[in-house]
Write a new protein. Structure first.
Length: 100
């Protein structure tokens, strides 16, 4: 699953059990986030702050969890703004697309 992919990416990019901050964009791309070249306002809000120059395996997993949570919120907020401010519920998504 997702955790397995994250651990594989970490293992491939780590050096001495740490992932350097300069490799985070590459790690996110390898985890399936290909649109990261976009410097949108939403994108800049997604990336968690990194306190040190490297991340341990646990810190990397926490970083990705925060990123994914913020990404989902950003998508929901974007959808809500084009959906007339009506909050999205997963049960309404198929109905929304049926209307298109």
């Amino acid at each position: 699953g997702e955790l397995s992919l994250w651990l594989t990416v970490f293992e491939g990019l780590q050096l001495d059990g740490e992932l350097h901050q300069t490799n985070l964009m590459q790690a996110l791309r390898q985890c399936g986030h290909e649109y990261l070249e976009d410097e949108s306002e939403c994108q800049s809000k997604l990336l968690p702050e990194v306190e040190y120059s490297t991340l341990s395996k646990d810190e990397f997993i926490r970083y990705l969890s925060i990123y994914e949570s913020r990404r989902a919120k950003c998508f929901r907020d974007g959808f809500n703004s084009i959906n007339g401010g009506i909050p999205i519920k997963m049960t309404t998504v198929p109905l929304f697309f049926e209307k298109m």
